[in-house]
Write a protein that binds this ligand. Structure first.
Ligand code: ATP
Ligand code: MG
Length: 270
């Protein structure tokens, strides 16, 4: 099963009279359990792509499938329901509710779930705060937590709905390097242990180095698609990653990867 399949997707924004082509002819698919980094210069379309996968926004043309189900043509209410059940979000600025404690923030997305009793909600909250190492901070409000701890709360909140996919838009951008590294290792541990699919955008090459799939977007198009097999990076020749035999992959020299994959001829400003 493909957790995400994107077929011929374009996304245009209208700015007054002007049309901005934020994404052009995107074709991608990923199996469940990937740890995927989306790289690319500022304005290349990373957030737009995450918003489409997360059903926060809809494509101008093309189709998006989540767990093999077409999500185009759904009403805003149906999309909200899909998000509440299938997709966890982690944001650059954490986006916690300041008046709620850590535990209440994690519980928040579960309040809409009629299938969960209060006791089941509490159990999940305690479990996922434990997963992110915050069992001793359940009563702290966000302003009583460090940046790294706030992002841990946000990770627990994303996991609490037991989503098919966790989407993270530059999750380490507001953290110092060491804390960012810890958050990333935590996400990776969760990815390995629970099999949760993580898709995250980043400008940070060290973050990309931890991924096992990488796409580079330039000017709204997929410029490169990289896959790591047993600690070596390969360029995948076509946008549809899994459609190829691994003999089609072009290896990237050890030591170069993943920077070579990521940078190619188009060096980033960042
Ligand atoms: N709501 C919007 N209305 C009009 N144009 C938009 C809108 N959102 C994004 N864009 C444009 O779409 C393009 C892609 O933007 P996007 O936010 O996806 O880039 P990004 O890769 O996430 O950049 P950054 O690294 O700076 O976050 C940019 O040209 C941007 O100006
Ligand atoms: Mg962005």
């Amino acid at each position: 099963m493909k957790v995400v399949r994107i077929v011929d997707v374009c996304k245009d924004y209208l700015l007054g009279e002007q049309k901005v082509q934020a994404l052009r002819n995107i074709n991608l698919e990923f199996e469940a359990g990937v740890f995927l980094a989306i790289a690319g210069p500022s304005g290349s379309g990373k957030t737009t792509l995450l918003n489409l996968i997360g059903c926060i926004d809809t494509p101008t043309s093309g189709k998006i499938y989540i767990n093999d189900r077409d999500v185009s043509g759904r009403t805003p209410d149906q999309l909200a329901d899909l998000r509440a059940r299938k997709i966890g979000f982690i944001f650059q600025t954490f986006n916690l509710l300041p008046v709620l404690s850590a535990a209440e923030n994690v519980e928040y997305p579960l309040l809409h779930r009629r299938d969960l009793s209060s006791a089941q909600r509490q159990e999940r909250v305690a479990h996922f705060l434990d997963v992110v190492g915050l069992s001793n901070y359940t009563r702290n409000r966000p302003n009583q937590l460090s940046g790294g701890q706030r992002q841990r709360v946000a990770i627990a909140r994303a996991l609490a709905i037991q989503p098919a996919i966790v989407l993270a838009d530059e999750p380490t951008a507001n953290l110092d390097h060491k804390t960012g590294e810890e958050i990333l290792l935590l996400m990776k541990r969760i990815n390995r242990k629970l099999g949760t699919t993580f898709i995250f955008s980043t400008h940070d090459k060290r973050v990309i180095a931890r991924a096992d799939r990488m796409i580079r977007i330039e000017d709204g198009q997929i410029a490169k698609l990289g896959k790591r097999l047993r600690s070596r990076w390969f360029l995948v020749p076509n946008q549809l990653s899994e459609a190829h035999r691994s003999s089609d992959y072009k290896p990237v020299q050890p030591g170069e990867a993943p920077v070579a994959v990521v940078e190619g001829r188009h060096a980033d400003q960042d």
